[in-house]
Design a protein around this ligand. Structure first.
Ligand SMILES: Cc1ncc(COP(=O)(O)O)c(C=O)c1O
Length: 420
């Protein structure tokens, strides 16, 4: 464990689905709450000992509704996948049809395998426009009207630009479908007023992870418009259908992160997006083929690059990921749209995905993005000695050891906490 902490304290963390929570949140998640059960909802529990747990959960719900501007919030889902499963369970029956994002174009595995294998849904996919790196509105609406799904799911794991929620939701309502938006990746951007507002644009439900752009503990939530019948279905799907223990320490951590983001989120998430654009531009200028150049690369925390050109020198995405990791630069390989045509698998894709949520939380700004691009160039294009680049990474990280955009603390971002 100590070695893991040391590794991250000396690395550049660029995984788009990860972040680091504040010391105050780390304190919450090692409290006694981690030992407790509170089945049910506040005020109507199946367990004793919940007096303060109820207060924490009600506060968390109040803050979640405020931050995400939602009429309904259930903060019990223990992860983003479980949040999605709660919606599938509450709003559909096995055998119903769902429409979602195709996986190679950025859809998440829970939109496919989880929906099919766990809840027995039939899934078909939206049409995708590779140039735009977004859903093709007209072709998707045409397909939706023919397919007549019961549930329409927006959102993705490679989420560069806002989805056309308004246009497609109108068509979904015409065929009597519920709409949901998986904002696992972009939840923080949305809460802080960037990207898009799914519940205002026509989505009935908004699911999320609380640890990607939203920098909280690993957990999930289900938000929705205020609608008694819909809200009841979601609540009952959470418990008694899918949850027993709902990780109360993380509910407390989530409440603290919501307080932090209501205060610091505007500034933090604005910088996350500026950093993603700056990193994309800096990589582009160094010869990397960053996708969606014509659209300014990204409107979120994520950017994706096609690294096919490196296949003769370094290898495909797996090898690029590996050499960068050896130098302390941590990102992940990713399928990109052209991989389907070229029959490349997720093991050796021609893309890499980078995210700026965590490096921004450590206080980095545009000039640091430029230096990170230079370090990536040193490894991937100039093929410099890995050990010497790793040393540069370590030096660079010395000035970025605190979690920013939160209440002040002496504890550093990756400090190992001894309790004895
Ligand atoms: C779009 C999307 N939904 C759901 C998830 C799963 O979230 P969790 O890991 O919180 O279950 C992810 C994970 O990266 C994701 O990208």
């Amino acid at each position: 464990m100590k070695k893991h902490h040391e590794m991250f304290a000396n690395a550049i963390p660029l995984i788009a689905s990860e972040n680091v929570c504040s010391p105050a949140v780390r304190e919450a998640i090692i409290t006694d709450l981690a030992h407790r059960y509170a089945e049910g909802v506040a005020g109507s529990r199946v367990y004793a000992g919940c007096e303060f747990i109820d207060k924490i959960e009600l506060k968390c719900i109040e803050l979640a509704k405020k931050y995400w501007r939602a009429g309904f919030a259930d903060v019990r889902a223990i992860s983003g996948v479980v949040a999605n499963l709660i919606v599938y369970t509450g709003l559909t029956k096995p055998g119903d049809k769902m429409m979602a994002m195709p996986i190679p174009q950025g859809g998440h595995i829970s939109h496919n395998r989880t929906a099919i294998n766990v809840h027995g849904l039939k899934v078909d996919f939206f049409e995708f426009n590779e140039e735009e790196m977004n859903l093709d509105i007209d072709r998707s609406i045409k397909k939706l009207k023919e397919y007549k799904p019961k549930l329409v799911l927006f959102g993705a794991s490679v989420f560069l630009f806002p989805h056309p929620v308004k246009e497609i939701s109108e068509a979904a309502k015409e065929v009597g479908a519920y709409t949901m938006y998986d904002g696992a990746h972009v939840a923080g951007l949305i809460g802080s007023g960037y990207f898009q507002q799914p519940l205002e644009e026509g989505s009935d439900v908004f699911t999320l992870s609380t640890h990607k752009t939203f920098p909280g503990p690993q957990h999930g939530s289900v938000l929705a418009i205020e609608d008694e019948e819909l809200n009841k279905k979601l609540r009952l799907a959470a418990f008694p259908a899918l949850l027993s223990n709902h990780h109360l320490h993380n509910v407390a951590g989530l409440a603290i992160t919501l307080t932090e983001m209501l205060k610091f989120g505007k500034e933090y998430h604005g910088q996350v997006i500026k950093n993603a654009k700056a990193l994309a531009q800096a990589l582009h200028e160094r010869g990397f083929e960053v996708l969606a150049e014509k659209k300014g690369f990204t409107e979120s925390h994520t950017l994706v690059a096609d690294i096919s050109k490196l296949s003769e020198t370094i290898g495909w995405g797996d090898k690029v990921e590996q050499v960068l990791e050896q130098a302390g630069i941590i990102l992940n390989r990713n399928l990109i749209p052209k991989d389907i045509k070229e029959k490349r698998s997720y093991k050796t894709p021609s893309g890499i995905r980078l995210g700026t949520s965590e490096v921004t939380r450590l206080g980095m700004k545009e000039s640091e993005m430029d230096y990170i691009a230079e370090l990536i160039e040193r490894i991937c294009i100039k093929q410099q000695d890995i050990k010497s680049v790793k040393q540069l990474v370590k030096e660079f990280r010395k000035d970025f050891q605190e979690v920013k955009y939160c209440f002040k603390s002496k504890t550093q971002a990756y400090q190992y906490i001894n309790i004895h």
